[in-house]
Design a protein around this ligand. Sequence first.
Ligand SMILES: *[C@@H]1O[C@H](CO)[C@@H](O)[C@H](O)[C@H]1NC(C)=O
Ligand SMILES: *[C@@H]1O[C@H](CO)[C@@H](O)[C@H](O)[C@H]1NC(C)=O
Ligand SMILES: *[C@@H]1O[C@H](CO)[C@@H](O)[C@H](O)[C@H]1NC(C)=O
Ligand SMILES: *[C@@H]1O[C@H](CO)[C@@H](O)[C@H](O)[C@H]1NC(C)=O
Length: 411
Amino acid sequence: MTTRDKWRVYKRVCLMFFLAVVTLTVVQRGSISTMPQFQLERQARTEFFVEGDSHKKSGSGVTGRFWKPAKPRQEVATTEEPNRITQDQMTAKTWDITSANCTANLNFTRTEWFAGLEPNFKQFLLYRHCRYFPMTINHPEKCSGDIHLLMVVKTIITEHDRRDVIRKTWGKEQVIDGKQIKTLFLLGAPSNEAEKANHQKLLEFEDYIYGDILQWDFMDSFFNLTLKETHFLKWFATYCPGVRYIFKGDDDVFVSVPNILDYLEISSDVKNLFAGDVIFKAKPIRKKDNKYYIPQALYNKTNYPPYAGGGGFLMDGPLARKLYSVSETLELYPIDDVFLGMCLEVLQVTPIKHNAFKTFGLVKDKKSKLNKEPCFFKGMIVVHKLLPKDLMDMWRLVNSNLVCAQKAQLL
Ligand SMILES: *[C@@H]1O[C@H](CO)[C@@H](O)[C@H](O)[C@H]1NC(C)=O
Ligand SMILES: *[C@@H]1O[C@H](CO)[C@@H](O)[C@H](O)[C@H]1NC(C)=O
Ligand SMILES: *[C@@H]1O[C@H](CO)[C@@H](O)[C@H](O)[C@H]1NC(C)=O
Ligand SMILES: *[C@@H]1O[C@H](CO)[C@@H](O)[C@H](O)[C@H]1NC(C)=O
């Protein structure tokens, strides 16, 4: 080929690329569905868009002393019972819910106790029996192969920037020491018309670029977080036979992946691993102005079973499958992490409390310097609660050449 020919070919390729980009943009704007094409494009784009944020420095030497083997409180043997339930549900290979078909249950609307409830509890009770909804965005391929750690993040449609910073920091998909790590975001449907009009297309575009969104067609409200939990468990049981561990958390937390891996390493022979910021004997909150208020009519025992704060916890894959089976046998409870505690109780698995999970706030004093102390963060697994910019700043600090005194490591 002469130089001239090469130049011609080069121009042609450039033109084709340009046309392809224009077509894609037009198609995306015009909201014509071209899924297969999108999927082909996705991989190339993903690599292009994701910022390379190296992880290498974190998790070196210093963590060694911090991770004294956790004493599993959990010598309780699992009963054979749960195992029996697991088998029959693992055969489903696709999301088998295609219509929501959920009508209000008016059975108890005339009762006195119902009339006395706050509107959000009424709404919860009216739709409590609606267990599963169809998927609007799915990724059946996400769990293919052997995955060491699947990170799933509860988020809502409007929080684009939180997802973005998570993808660039702790949620970055990567392989560390041969261990595959994948990330998914869990969403419900937009909770109002404005969100639907302004954000659904954006979310779809986000998913087209990153391929990491799961969305179900139930309203993404606070009391429906339990639905998010049960939908994820069912999804996991359906698609993820090869996943060893799951980290599940909020979209406003700091997470140290190297510390998670260290912890999983030393816990590798723990059966039914479930670890987090566990509270034992928590009492249901009876003050009406509290976000977590629960009326007597909904829960009348004095204590909750032990449960891990939903801000971030770890569990192993086999346990998640058992939790799915058990979840189907219990009535939904409006607080998602308590609901999971109820499922664990049925399985007779006691969650492990570990001090590196700080999901109920850091220290009592909100003004404490610890809240901004990178050495503190460096020794933790999950810390609540950081907004995108602070998360990015903290991430950079923790992953810089940070020298930490022993003292901070042991907190
Ligand atoms: C929805 O449920 C009702 C009553 O349970 C049933 O009659 C109807 O056929 C269902 N509709 C769909 C689309 O499944
Ligand atoms: C309402 O009550 C009837 C009769 O007790 C029962 O068959 C039905 O399943 C109840 N509906 C729901 C949605 O629980
Ligand atoms: C949960 O989602 C369903 C389906 O969108 C909806 O009907 C119900 O009202 C929601 N419940 C609450 C408590 O928001
Ligand atoms: C507590 O609730 C359960 C189930 O809702 C009910 O069977 C029981 O009678 C209630 N106990 C008290 C003391 O109210």
